[in-house]
Write a protein that binds this ligand. Structure first.
Ligand SMILES: CC(C)(COP(=O)(O)OP(=O)(O)OC[C@H]1O[C@@H](n2cnc3c(N)ncnc32)[C@H](O)[C@@H]1OP(=O)(O)O)[C@@H](O)C(=O)NCCC(=O)NCCS
Length: 156
């Protein structure tokens, strides 16, 4: 008798992050990044119109998120995170591409971010999406690591 194969997981749903998601954002921030923003910082992030934030949700679980800050014609990407158990499934690429589209629709022509030089997954993801290093802040992080300042054109 044929054994039915398990049905594939449905693709996570894209959501616009809002103040009601503050708990889930704090939780994913802690799990993925060790908690870089406080509750007050997350509240501001989720309230301000010029700070677009997107999430990928499966059921009630937030699997990925990306946040940015619109500054005139630039999108400053301030955070990208995927839950540790869900990496290498294309979620980081998807959420960042979606955020770049939001930036473009909001009038941004370029996007920029900072990433630690030794963050292989981060630099790998950004390179895959076309970001290129334009400058280095030496010893920028508390660990003494350099920060790479990267840019990509959103209008291609
Ligand atoms: C960086 C991060 C967001 C990547 O998310 P992800 O969902 O695993 O990435 P994706 O599966 O979408 O990968 C897209 C591309 O990024 C690159 N990449 C992702 N993880 C990588 C790794 N561990 N090593 C090298 N390249 C990697 C690859 O080019 C990959 O394409 P491929 O799978 O076709 O090879 C995730 O590792 C994470 O949350 N890390 C902790 C938080 C962090 O460092 N954020 C970014 C720094 S600000």
């Amino acid at each position: 008798m044929a054994v039915p194969s398990p049905s594939p997981l449905p693709s996570p749903t894209l959501i616009q992050l809002a103040p009601k998601h503050v708990g889930a954002c704090l939780e994913l921030d802690r799990a993925a990044l060790g908690g870089i923003w406080s509750l007050a910082q997350w509240q501001r992030e989720l309230e301000e119109e010029a700070r677009p934030g997107l999430g990928l949700r499966q059921g009630q679980e937030l699997l990925a998120m990306a946040c940015g800050w619109l500054v005139v014609d630039e999108l400053h990407i301030t955070l990208v995170a995927v839950a540790p158990g869900h990496r290498r499934r294309g979620l980081g690429r998807r959420i960042l591409e979606e955020l770049m589209q939001v930036g473009l629709r909001s009038g941004a022509s370029r996007a920029t971010l900072e990433v630690a030089a030794g963050n292989g997954p981060g630099t790998g993801l950004y390179e895959a999406l076309g970001f290129r290093t334009a400058g280095i802040r030496h010893g920028y992080y508390r660990s003494g690591e350099d920060a790479l300042i990267q840019w990509v054109n959103l209008k291609r």
